[in-house]
Design a protein around this ligand. Structure first.
Ligand SMILES: [Zn+2]
Length: 314
C-alpha cells in the first residue's frame, strides 16, 4: 500500500510540476504590469523600455495642455487598475491629477507608494526658483520648469529611470527592460546626431515661445528663448505685455514664435504681423498630431518645422 501511495505521490508531484511549467507562460502574460502615465511622452518612454511586458496608457492626450486636463470618469477606471503611475511632477499635474489619484482608491499608486513614480527626479530641471516659492502670481512652474522631456538627454534619463522601476516591480523581466533601454539609448544617440546636424547652422538664434515650455529644448539645440507671449506661465496675454514683446522682437530681430497647438493663435499671429516673424506651431508632446506617435517622431516633426522657419527668415 505504502509503495502505491508514494508512487502515486511522485506522479502527483510530477504532474504538478508539469502543470505549473505549462501554465506559467500564460500566467506571466496575464501578469503584464499595467502602467498609467500622466502624459503621452512618459507613455512613449514606458513603451520603449517596457515593450510587450507592460500595458501602458496615458491620461492626457498629446494635443492637450498638460497643465489643464479635464478630469473624466474613464481616468478613474484606468487609475484603479494601474500597478504603476508615472507623473511628470514639479506640480505640472497639480490642477487635475491629485484628486483622481485619491478617488481611484488604488493604494498601489498613491503618492509615496511603490507604484507612484515622479519622473522629474531623473531629469535635469531648469529654472528652479531660489528663495520662497509662491503661486500667488499664478505661476504654474513654482518648482522649476516641468517641460523637461523636450531635451533628448532628459528623455534618455527618464527612460532609464522607468526601466529601473519596471525591473524592480517585475524582476523576472529585468534583463528584458535593460536590453530595451540600451536599444532606445543607442537609437536616441543616433537620432540626436542627425537633429544636431540639422540645427547646427541655427545655433544662437533667438526665439519667442507662447508658454515657457521649451527651455530644455532650446538649451539642447543652442537656441535662445528671449521672451514669451504669456506674461507669466499660465497667465493669458495682455495688451501691454504684447506691446513689450513686439518692441523687443523688433529690437533684437527675433523671427520665430513657437506656439503650442492648444493656445489661441490670435495674439501670436498679430505679433507675427507686426514683427515679420513666423509662427511655428510646434508640438510639445507625442500625439500632438496623429503622425507623431513616438519620441523620435516628435523631434523629427519639430525640427523640420523650425529649420524651415529659420531658413525662411535668413
Ligand atoms: Zn508649463
Amino acid at each position: 500500500m505504502n509503495s502505491v501511495f508514494s508512487r502515486f505521490g511522485i506522479v502527483l508531484t510530477i504532474a504538478t510540476v508539469l502543470a505549473v511549467s505549462l501554465v506559467s507562460p500564460a500566467t506571466a502574460a496575464a501578469k503584464k504590469l499595467n502602467v498609467v502615465t500622466a502624459t503621452t511622452d512618459l507613455a512613449a518612454f514606458a513603451q520603449e523600455v517596457g515593450g510587450d511586458r507592460i500595458n501602458v496608457e496615458s491620461i492626457a492626450k498629446g494635443y492637450q495642455d498638460p497643465h489643464f486636463v479635464e478630469a473624466k470618469p474613464s481616468f478613474l477606471l484606468k487609475l484603479r487598475q494601474a500597478d504603476l503611475l508615472v507623473v511628470v511632477g514639479l506640480q505640472l499635474e497639480i490642477g487635475w491629477l491629485p484628486p483622481l489619484i485619491t478617488q481611484s482608491g488604488n493604494s498601489r499608486i498613491q503618492v509615496g507608494a511603490n507604484g507612484y513614480l515622479d519622473a522629474s527626479q531623473f531629469a535635469e530641471i531648469l529654472e528652479i526658483p531660489q528663495g520662497s516659492i509662491t503661486r500667488a502670481m499664478g505661476d504654474v512652474h513654482p518648482l522649476g520648469n516641468p517641460h523637461y522631456w523636450l531635451d533628448p538627454d532628459n528623455g534618455r534619463r527618464v527612460a532609464k529611470g522607468i526601466a529601473a522601476k519596471l525591473a524592480e516591480m517585475d524582476p523576472g523581466d529585468a534583463a528584458y527592460f535593460q536590453q530595451r533601454f540600451q536599444d532606445f539609448d543607442r537609437r536616441l544617440t543616433e537620432a540626436d546626431k542627425k537633429w544636431q546636424e540639422e540645427m547646427k547652422s541655427f545655433r544662437g538664434r533667438k526665439i519667442v515661445t507662447y508658454h515657457n515650455s521649451a527651455p530644455n529644448f532650446a538649451k539642447h539645440f543652442g537656441l535662445q528663448v528671449v521672451g514669451f507671449v504669456e506674461p507669466r506661465p499660465g497667465i493669458p496675454p495682455t495688451p501691454s505685455h504684447t506691446f513689450d514683446v513686439v518692441n523687443m522682437m523688433k529690437r533684437d530681430n527675433v523671427k520665430v514664435i513657437m506656439v503650442e497647438p492648444y493656445f489661441d493663435r490670435k495674439t501670436p499671429d498679430s505679433i507675427a504681423r507686426d514683427t515679420g516673424a513666423t509662427v511655428v506651431e510646434y508640438l510639445p508632446s507625442v500625439g500632438g498630431v496623429k503622425e507623431v506617435a513616438t519620441y523620435f517622431q516628435l523631434f523629427d516633426y519639430d525640427i523640420a518645422l523650425l529649420t524651415k522657419a529659420f531658413q525662411g527668415s535668413q
